[in-house]
Every structure is written in structure tokens, then in C-alpha cells.
Write a protein that binds this ligand. Structure first.
Ligand code: MTE
Length: 367
């Protein structure tokens, strides 16, 4: 990190805590205007839980690995902690982040910009456990199940209580960066973030990173559970027929952290616009800012190098207009695959995947 970045990031405000979107289960977001360092402090990292946080005793805790495997495993927390670990930095974004920007409004928690964060995760690579278990040749999905249970709030509701469970394809599960994590930012996971163990699937929307992980099931058929069909699914097109598919990789996205919505800025003054950009399957290589609601674009600069699956903070040094008035700021990222963020929200994603440039309206007015 160069001096300028260090000094500049150092001007970020002190953490002030999280904003409640739903109480019980805990759904809290970061006030995104508090973005500062590359790593989001754990106490500022959003919490997205569908059911109340289970209280798990690490002594009694077991992680079972079963289904189509040669050796069923039942691992203690201490067994996992004793294995060689790996640490990676990954951005988690909830698939519903920025839902409040959708017009007309969509049901669900009205997340603003803060259901995203960038943390350092430590744990055991999932593939190591799967190699111990020995997957059958025809396994296609690994189902990850958490200890939390309940009846989902969103329609259509299943007939009774269910666990939170998501699957990832075998090919992804065998990649070395998918972790069974026990630490976040160098500390043991907090209960809200999945203590004692959670999955971390870098590059996927947060729903894939199952917290309070108790069961891994090797499946020989694509898993059709609630959390990847009814919820966290989208409409794809299969030769003219709409088909439901599970959400997976995060789309390319950028967000403005400062200024914040309806912030009042002084005319003709230097102001550093600041934000972050990330992507699930490509690297973010350019960031463009519009100061006039999308009519023209100027290039911003990155504060962080490319690091796959971690966000890149960026800035643009602006001289605010001399002319008082209302201005709409937008940020648009471009990826190494030469794709940029789309102009608008794709309705096939329903209330998820809000990846278009989000308008931040500010007022320029004399003090
Ligand atoms: N795992 C379990 N067991 N239960 C949950 O409700 N929520 C998922 C995922 N893992 C969830 C879960 C969703 S939707 C997101 S976005 C991330 O956890 C959020 O992780 P965090 O609360 O640590 O930020």
C-alpha cells in the first residue's frame, strides 16, 4: 500500500456499528459510507441470517461428511483446527444487496449498499476433507447444511421447518480456495458469522457460504433444495423455455461509499469520491465515474492491486461544480473479460443481483 493510499484511507471515519434491517433473525448491514481499509473490520461486516443464530458447543460439535462417499467422516472441531490451514481474502456480497434501489420496490430486506464486505478467512480447504471421504465417481453436487432451522418467511413456504442448505458443484468444491473456515480477520468466527465452522466459497454470492456447517452430503443428482430453487434462484432461458437455476457467482459491481445519498457538498471544492468494486469470475480492471447522471464518464483510480475474489477500493478526485444544484453520481466497473456493469437490473433475477450502476444523488450548495 503506498503512502497516499495509507494516508487517505486513514481519514476514514471510525466504525459506528451496523444498521438493523431485521431483528431476529439478525440482518444487519454496514453503513457503507464507513468504508475505509481494504479489510472490513469484523464488527462492521454485514450479517445475513434466515433463522435465529444457533448456539453450538465446540466440544459436542461434529461436522459429518456423508452421502456418496467411500468413508463417512464425523469430524470434531478440534480435528479441523489441527489440520493444515489456508488463508484467503474474499469479498462476500449478499445477492439482495442494494435491493432498496429497485424501482418499483421488491419484497425482502431493504438492503442499501452495506450487505457486502471484504474479509480474511482462515480454514481447511474443503477438497482435503472430500479427498479423505473419497467421493464416488458420479457425485455432481456437495450439499452444505447448517445447524439453523425454521420456516422461511418468503413464499412459497415449505410444509414445515427446514435447515439452511445450499449446494456447490463438485468442480467448484474441489478448488483449493473453497474453505471450511473457523477464523475471520484472524479471530475465531463470532456466533453471527457462523461459529464454530462455516463454508467460504469465494466469488459466489454470500448465500453459498453456509454458516454453522454441520453436514456435507455428496449428491449424485443436482440438489433441488428450497434455497436454490424457491429462494436464491433466477430465471434462465433454455431454448426459449424459462428454467429456474440457482444463483452462483457474483456479478461485476461497483459502489460509491462517499459521498452518501443526499450529501450536501460545497461548490468548487476538491472532494474525493470513494468506493469499491468486485467481481465473481473476472478481475476488475477499470472504474468509470459519471458526475452527470450517466451522460459522460471519467476514469477513477484503484487503491488496491488485483487480487482474485477480493474487492478493489477506488477513488476519483473531483472538483465539485461551481453551479449549485442536484447532481447524480454513478460508478461503473469493467472486468478483464471486457464486460462492464449493465445499464439496468435484469428482471429475470427478481429481487436479486442488483448489479447496475446505482445513482447517488448529492446537493451542491453554498454553506
Ligand atoms: N448459512 C446459514 N446456515 N444460514 C443462513 O441464513 N445466510 C447466507 C450465508 N450463509 C445463511 C448462511 C447468506 S444469504 C449470506 S449473504 C451469508 O451467509 C452472510 O454471511 P455473514 O452473515 O457472515 O455476512
Amino acid at each position: 500500500m503506498d503512502m497516499e493510499t495509507e494516508n487517505w484511507a486513514g481519514t476514514a471515519m471510525r466504525p459506528v456499528g451496523l444498521i438493523i434491517r431485521q431483528k431476529d433473525p439478525n440482518n444487519l448491514e454496514m453503513p457503507f459510507d464507513q468504508l475505509g481499509d481494504f479489510i472490513t473490520p469484523s464488527e462492521l461486516f454485514y450479517i445475513r441470517s434466515h433463522f435465529p443464530t444457533p448456539e453450538l458447543d465446540p466440544g459436542a460439535y461434529r461436522l459429518s461428511i456423508g452421502g456418496a462417499v467411500r468413508n463417512e467422516l464425523s469430524l470434531r472441531y478440534a480435528d479441523i483446527r489441527a489440520m493444515p490451514s489456508r488463508t484467503c481474502v474474499a469479498t462476500l456480497e449478499c445477492a439482495g444487496n442494494s435491493r432498496v434501489f429497485l424501482v418499483p420496490p421488491e419484497p425482502g430486506a431493504q438492503w442499501e449498499l452495506g450487505a457486502v464486505g471484504n474479509a480474511e478467512w482462515t480454514g481447511v480447504p474443503l477438497f482435503v476433507l472430500l479427498e479423505h471421504a473419497g467421493l464416488a465417481d458420479d457425485v455432481c453436487d456437495l450439499v452444505l447444511e447448517g445447524a439453523d432451522r425454521g420456516v422461511p418467511k418468503e413464499e412459497p413456504k415449505p410444509p414445515g421447518p427446514i435447515s439452511y442448505a445450499r449446494s456447490i458443484p463438485r468442480t467448484r468444491a474441489m478448488e483449493p480456495d473453497v474453505l471450511i473456515a473457523y477464523q475471520m480477520n484472524g479471530q475465531d468466527l463470532t456466533p453471527d458469522h457462523g461459529y464454530p465452522l462455516r463454508a467460504i466459497v469465494p466469488g459466489h454470492y454470500g448465500m453459498a457460504s453456509v454458516k454453522w456447517l454441520t453436514h456435507i452430503v455428496a449428491a449424485t443428482q443436482p440438489f433441488q433444495g428450497y434455497w436454490q430453487t424457491s429462494d436464491y434462484g433466477y430465471w434462465d432461458d433454455s431454448e426459449g423455455t424459462p428454467v429456474r437455476r440457482p444463483l452462483a457467482e457474483m456479478k461485476l459491481k461497483s459502489q460509491i461509499a462517499r459521498p452518501r445519498v443526499y450529501e450536501r457538498l460545497e461548490p468548487g471544492r476538491p472532494y474525493t469520491i470513494f468506493g469499491a468494486a468486485w467481481a465473481g469470475v473476472t478481475d476488475v480492471i477499470e472504474i468509470w465515474i459519471s458526475l452527470d447522471g450517466g451522460s459522460s464518464w471519467v476514469q477513477g483510480e484503484f487503491l488496491d492491486p488485483i487480487s482474485r475474489h477480493a474487492w478493489r477500493r477506488w477513488k476519483y478526485d473531483w472538483i465539485t461544480p461551481a453551479q449549485p444544484g442536484r447532481y447524480t453520481l454513478l460508478a461503473r466497473a469493467r472486468g478483464a473479460d471486457q464486460r462492464a456493469q449493465p445499464d439496468g437490473h435484469n428482471a429475470n433475477f427478481g429481487s436479486y443481483v442488483i448489479d447496475h450502476p446505482l445513482p447517488i444523488e448529492v446537493f451542491v450548495a453554498a454553506p
